[in-house]
Design a protein around this ligand. Structure first.
Ligand code: GDD
Length: 349
């Protein structure tokens, strides 16, 4: 049974969120935001021998935060999580989120990113039937569904053309969410988010790989960064701005789908310029090696979004621009890698 926030009075509406993928970048930023807003927050995490709570360790002792074990691959675990948390809002952020790996594990990617969404929707439907409660549902859709970009910039009405098993699976998640909204009247929304990054980004993604890499170069821990295609363009925003957009979608009177994007696209080379500039290097050509291992069988060359609808209806706008974000990410990685460098030097003594 869900607890109640001690300060809640009888007239206040209970606000309780269940977040799948809470240990990821978006999940952890969203948990922070909702706790600040006075929500009770439950975070779904997979059972592993050692949970990866590097983004959520600070929440372990929070009185209004609880971890629940569950898995998008396990239908019953989702219903149990709903019964335990009794949420008013569910944010489905769990996924096999790395596009590059989706060619290596296409079936698992389809199972979690596609069918996992269906499992959660079915669990919510059953929970609503059993309890007569209404639950609002947010699905983490993605600009990867636009893939080959039939229209640039892409908006909610742009036709989809996914270019990876990841994008194809996410497209199923998007359509099944729309279908459950239309079939059962569920308050179910998809946020079609363009790339968004932060200091909590996984190290395998290109932005964090670069900010981690440049700081290691500065500290003498590495002498280069190995990358794949440097000529793709991405519309990069700052993740804390984007989780606010997710929340706003569920505060509307009617469920709908929204693109969140900055409207500007930059190449990997331009990202490299900004990151190396932070450590005082203007010509990075000797520090970056192209490695075919990081090339993809099919590439999304350009992603750029038009968030006019979100701006008009949600009053949402990104606050942090790319240069500011790179500054934040490099500063954080510099701190982390300085500690690492100190620890390495101590272990060598
Ligand atoms: N990861 C990675 N590693 N990407 C590289 C590298 C490298 O060494 N070198 C070049 N790239 C290029 C990729 O080929 C791609 O064109 C671009 O950098 C961005 O790659 P990622 O950072 O892995 O992100 P993504 O755009 O594929 O996917 C991210 O954004 C999607 C939204 O558009 C992820 O967050 C997805 O989960 C999300 O849906």
């Amino acid at each position: 049974m869900a607890g109640t926030i001690s300060s809640m009075t009888n007239t206040q509406v209970r606000k309780c969120a269940l977040i799948t993928g809470v240990n990821g970048m978006d999940g952890s930023h969203l948990a922070d935001l909702l706790l600040e807003k006075g929500y009770e927050v439950y975070g779904l995490e997979r059972r592993t021998s050692k949970p990866n709570r590097s983004n959520t360790a600070h929440l372990e002792a929070h009185p209004n935060f609880t971890f629940i074990i569950g898995d998008l691959g396990d239908q019953n675990s989702l219903l149990r999580a709903l019964n335990q948390s009794e949420p008013t809002e569910v944010y489905n952020l769990a996924a096999q989120s790395f596009v590059g790996s989706s060619w290596m594990i296409p079936e698992q990617t389809g199972n979690i990113n596609g069918l996992g969404v269906l499992r959660m929707l079915e669990a919510i439907r059953e929970y609503q039937e059993n309890t007569s409660e209404n639950v609002k549902f947010y699905q983490a859709a993605t600009s990867e569904m636009f893939g080959k970009m039939v229209e640039n910039p892409a908006k909610e009405t742009t036709p989809f053309y996914p270019r990876s098993p990841y994008g194809v699976a996410k497209l199923y998640g998007y359509w099944i969410t729309k279908n459950y909204r239309e079939s059962y009247g569920m308050f179910a929304c998809s946020g079609i988010l363009f790339n968004h990054e932060s200091e909590r980004r996984g190290i395998e993604f290109v932005t964090r790989k670069i900010t981690d890499g440049v700081t290691k170069i500065k500290l003498g821990l590495e002498d280069h960064i190995s990358l794949g295609n440097l000529d793709s363009y991405r519309d990069w925003g700052y993740a804390p701005d984007y989780v606010e957009g997710m929340w706003l979608m569920l505060q509307q009177d009617e469920p709908d789908d929204f693109v969140l994007a900055t409207g500007d696209a930059y190449s990997i080379r331009e990202f490299l310029d900004l990151a190396f500039k932070e450590i005082g290097i203007t010509d990075w050509s000797d520090y970056v090696k192209q490695d075919p291992r990081f090339m993809r069988p099919a590439e999304v060359d350009v992603l750029r979004g038009d968030a006019t609808k979100a701006q008009k209806i949600l009053n949402w706008k990104p606050k942090v621009n790319l240069a500011e974000m790179v500054k934040i990410m490099v500063a954080e990685d510099l701190k982390r890698n300085t500690i690492l460098s100190y620890q390495l030097s101590r272990s060598e003594e």
